[in-house]
Design a protein around this ligand. Structure first.
Ligand SMILES: NC(=O)c1ccc[n+]([C@@H]2O[C@H](COP(=O)([O-])OP(=O)(O)OC[C@H]3O[C@@H](n4cnc5c(N)ncnc54)[C@H](O)[C@@H]3O)[C@@H](O)[C@H]2O)c1
Length: 365
């Protein structure tokens, strides 16, 4: 997998205790990497990080990325071959409650990682995770391309657009030279679902939290469409782009979108109905509609992923039904069977790998 590039490498994941960070940790451990983590704490209870006991499998540093000195010293101690920067205030709703923390963490925090690498200047490959929300959403029908305008009305989206500009600026100011020790890309994915997410104000965790105590979920925007994808889809993109960037500095400074196929855009209701099928045997709806949406949420936002296909031969793997099956069965296993969730997670990665292999995707080699 990934040409074995991660085997025995030191890989630092910022935001390792979060939803994507936990899945990425498991996948990298499976690939034989030595995994290091930086996070300011464990964001939820329960959390995938704790359920899988990842603390004992990696070297975990508790620190706030808003503290430049600590970030620099910690990176200097680890001297990672790869950095996957995921640490962020990642919830749109919370960015309205605390815009300053969102800007500090998502914008300055990103600058702190990059500035540490500017000063330390050792050989490393950086995959900087932002979001599809970095694009100025003009509510059109077409997928956004990497060259489209950055923007964002709400603080979270604006922070991700700003993070992209910071990444661009550091690249052009300090890392552009083909001999540069530091190579980087930025990556943009959309709404991700999968087992192990318990974050607040996100659709799937909200459903699961209600259903696990036999409550009905109240949904805000049932007909809002999002480019839903399973968490393993962007992660396969992040790992693939990390591999290609490590092998070839030519793509340094580029940005890549990782989204589902254009015909796989579904609305909130469809997600809930699919999850419910796997969660419960009852035919009764486990949801009701909420009265009013309290904050601005953008409408359709879809990504054009032609560049990832052209440069990286990356394609999504799971259709919508598999995406919701993977998601619901993970939670069902956790809440009902209480089995070894580390092994269950590995098994889902294996199943995902087998589907990718059937599609002959190059990263499976
Ligand atoms: N989950 C999604 O649907 C989605 C979609 C698009 C982009 N993203 C982006 O992917 C990345 C990971 O998202 P996630 O869903 O795993 O988020 P998450 O909220 O589950 O995890 C966030 C992680 O960042 C850490 N963190 C937050 N503030 C920090 C700080 N000041 N210093 C150090 N660590 C801090 C948390 O401790 C946690 O480990 C984020 O950059 C997010 O914006 C996520």
């Amino acid at each position: 997998m990934f040409n074995n590039i991660y085997k025995d490498k030191k890989v630092l994941i910022t935001g390792n205790t979060g939803f994507k960070g936990s899945w990425l940790t498991v996948w990298l451990l499976k690939l034989g990497a030595k995994v290091y983590g930086i996070s300011k704490g464990i964001p939820t209870n329960p959390s995938m990080f704790e359920v899988l006991n990842l603390k004992d499998k990696i070297e975990y540093h508790v620190l706030n990325i808003n503290n430049l000195e600590q970030v620099k010293n910690t990176i200097d101690k680890i001297r990672p071959d790869f950095i996957f920067h995921l640490a962020a205030q990642a919830i749109v709703g919370k960015s309205y409650e605390n815009p300053i923390e969102t800007f500090n963490t998502n914008v300055l925090g990103t600058a702190h990682i990059l500035d540490s690498m500017r000063v330390l200047n050792f050989k490393s490959t950086l995959v900087m995770i932002t979001s599809d929300k970095c694009y100025e959403n003009v509510e059109w029908k077409w997928g956004y391309r990497e060259t489209d305008h950055l923007g964002g009305k709400d603080p979270y989206s604006a922070s991700k657009g700003a993070a992209e500009m910071i990444i661009h600026s550091f690249f052009h100011s300090f890392f552009k030279n083909k001999e540069s020790n530091v190579r980087l890309v930025s990556v943009r994915a959309g709404n991700v679902i999968g087992g192990g997410d318990w974050a607040e104000k996100r659709l799937v965790p909200d459903c699961i939290k209600s259903w696990s105590v036999n409550e009905i979920i109240e949904i805000r925007n049932p007909y809002s469409t999002r480019p839903w994808q399973h968490v393993l889809e962007p992660l396969s993109g992040y790992l693939r782009v990390g591999q290609v960037l490590y092998e070839n500095i030519e793509i340094s400074g580029e940005s890549y979108n990782f989204g589902p196929p254009a015909n796989q855009i579904h609305n909130v209701m469809e997600v809930i109905e699919n999850l419910q099928k796997y969660w419960s045997d009852s035919n009764e709806n486990q949801y009701k509609f909420a009265k009013k949406n309290s904050f601005h949420e953008a409408g359709l936002l879809k990504l054009n992923c032609d560049k990832a296909l052209a440069d990286l031969k990356w394609l999504p793997v799971l259709d919508f039904h598999k995406t919701t099956r993977f998601t619901a069965t993970w939670y069902k296993e956790f809440y009902t069977n209480k089995s070894d969730m580390y092994n269950f997670t590995i098994n889902q990665i294996d199943e995902y790998f087998n589907f990718a292999k059937e599609k002959d995707l190059i990263w499976t080699v």
